[in-house]
Design a protein around this ligand. Sequence first.
Ligand SMILES: Cc1cc2nc3c(=O)[nH]c(=O)nc-3n(C[C@H](O)[C@H](O)[C@H](O)COP(=O)(O)OP(=O)(O)OC[C@H]3O[C@@H](n4cnc5c(N)ncnc54)[C@H](O)[C@@H]3O)c2cc1C
Length: 387
Amino acid sequence: MDLTLNASERAFRDEVATWLAENAPRERRPPAGPAMVEFDVAWQRRQFDAGWAGISWPAEYGGRGLSLVQQVIWYSEYARAGAPTETGVCFVGNAHAGPTLIACADEELKRRHLPRILSGEEIWCQGFSEPGAGSDLAGLSTRAVIDGDHLVVNGQKIWTSYAHHAQQQELLVRTSTGARRQDGITWVVCPMDTPGIEVRPIRTITGHDDFCEVFYDDVRIPLTNVVGAVDDGWRVAMSTLSFERGTGFLPEQVELVARVDELVDLARTRTDRTGRALIEDSGLAERLATARAEAHAVLAMTLAVISRNARSSLPGPEASMVRLLFSQLQQRVAALAVDLRGLEGLAEGSPWVHDYLYLFATTIAAGTKDVQRGIVAERVLGLPRGR
Ligand SMILES: Cc1cc2nc3c(=O)[nH]c(=O)nc-3n(C[C@H](O)[C@H](O)[C@H](O)COP(=O)(O)OP(=O)(O)OC[C@H]3O[C@@H](n4cnc5c(N)ncnc54)[C@H](O)[C@@H]3O)c2cc1C
């Protein structure tokens, strides 16, 4: 994929930048509760109404049907405009459930859900992890048996982000036990208002309850909601995870580059107790320089994944390299931001403290950093398995 912009792409970039300058929310996103949901959905809706949701999604499902280069331009301008990049309630639908449906679902499911994801009418959540199956996802035990034309689900999921706000869930269930543990898993669209579902929020270190436990008691889901085929869910789930790890965080990556630049500016203007600019401290200067180089490197790697995606339609295991580097870099930059602000950075309720605490989760979500290292070792570098 050639990322040198031609004349029409430059015109597209200018159009995007103008719209975002006039329409991106100026106010800070509420960190939790109904106000946060309202904010996320209203912003998604505004993008959809103006034709900016799903830039590279097919036009017949509500997208714009534009090129991946134009999608990258949108993300870049989006972050540059300071538009919200927090992992909001529309993230799962936009970043991995929707792309999974495009890649693997039948026509009926695509037509039913994709336009509603883009318009903000459907919030999605991800029901993959269980108390006994996080990194070891293939060990999941939430069972589903076929009864007539329905799956009947019993079991429990955990760490389901925004389950209490979602209308739909990408749910993994065990439908049989095959020779390999990956066999016999099914990926199904689960409407969250189905009788038998109970959602219990979990409070975290940030003081908010973004996560939930979800319990299933004889939950009946039509077999027509299965994506791929019954027992073929592992293949579908790998698509979901490669989107989640590989390309879902591009706006955050562009924003991180800008955030590091802001920190460099801050270090130039702030002084320590002796009146010396913070940037004169060689330790801080080195951390800033390293962060700036790494932020650019991670962004370049994501663009390479997207470029390969243009040819193969799915990000491969290389997505794990991006996820691994980006998640650790986010934590280092959050620590730098707190350090540079001194006592102000530690004040209760400050956004820097919130980011610093929240970002402990980033090397766990979408697969822990150890799991990503394992994938890179075995599936990218081809190293022998250690066990
Ligand atoms: C912010 C956030 C949002 C999330 N949202 C969702 C969601 O919406 N839906 C959902 O289904 N899940 C979600 N999760 C859960 C997440 O996918 C799991 O936490 C993650 O997969 C790890 O699983 P676990 O917590 O069970 O830890 P475990 O798998 O029990 O891991 C415990 C420790 O053992 C290490 N370990 C385990 N296996 C290996 C291995 N093979 N090699 C090396 N080390 C290993 C891990 O790295 C970790 O340090 C979310 C998590 C976070 C933090």
